[in-house]
Design a protein around this ligand. Structure first.
Ligand SMILES: [Mg+2]
Length: 212
């Protein structure tokens, strides 16, 4: 379980930013359940076994990650499933690509569980009038859906995605963009996240980083 900073360590900040995936909720259980449900359907429809489906998924993800490295779309499940279909069928089945993406996110959103400690801290910060933001590497559509499903809409003032900014964490541009939106100086802000490679990039713009 993540180890969140104490409200005492955060109360002097004007703005507190959170990473979303695996900081506010547990990523792995949601992803595993979603991927399994999708690949079971994929394997059944293509008459292949689960190992083959898993390998196709890993290969497709590798291709997309490599081609779109540093961009939000490098994490796009739609692109992964579309790539798998192309690799197996040598033509794109348009409705299938959309269908598999839908299955994946439906299961993901259903399985997603907020960390109770995260919710507690978010409520404490909000009560003190500290502005809250999300800085996240993925496409805006699904990140907004996650925030809605986690019932966090009312606590957060802005959500900034790598899709909107064109670069991913730890690039300083995404953090500067967040500071501009809040009209805040880096020194007046904290960033809470689970990843030292990406979220800690906040230190480049003067924010204090808290690893959970
Ligand atoms: Mg994360």
């Amino acid at each position: 379980l993540p180890n969140f900073p104490n409200i005492k360590d955060l109360k002097h900040f004007e703005v507190v930013f959170f990473d979303l995936d695996n900081t506010i909720y547990a990523y792995d259980p949601a992803h595993k359940a979603a991927l399994e449900a999708t690949l079971i359907k994929f394997a059944y429809e293509h008459d292949i076994d689960m190992d083959t489906a898993n390998n196709l998924y890993r290969e497709a993800r590798k291709v997309i990650n490599h081609r779109l490295h540093g961009q939000a779309a490098s994490h796009s499940r739609l692109l992964y499933f579309k790539e798998m279909i192309q690799a197996l069928n040598h033509h794109t089945r348009f409705s299938d690509a959309l269908q598999f993406e839908k299955i994946y996110w439906q299961h993901f959103l259903t399985e997603m569980q907020i960390f109770p400690e995260a919710l507690k801290l978010i409520k404490q910060l909000s009560k003190r009038g500290i502005a809250l933001g999300i800085i996240t590497d993925l496409t805006t559509q699904i990140q907004l859906q996650k925030m809605k499903k986690l019932k966090l809409e009312t606590y957060f003032k802005h959500l900034i995605t790598s899709e909107e900014v064109g670069v991913e964490k730890p690039h300083s541009t995404i953090f500067y963009h967040a500071l501009n939106l809040f009209d805040a100086k880096g020194e007046a802000c904290a960033m809470i996240g689970d990843n030292t490679k990406t979220d800690q990039g906040a230190e480049q713009v003067g924010m204090q980083f808290f690893l959970v």
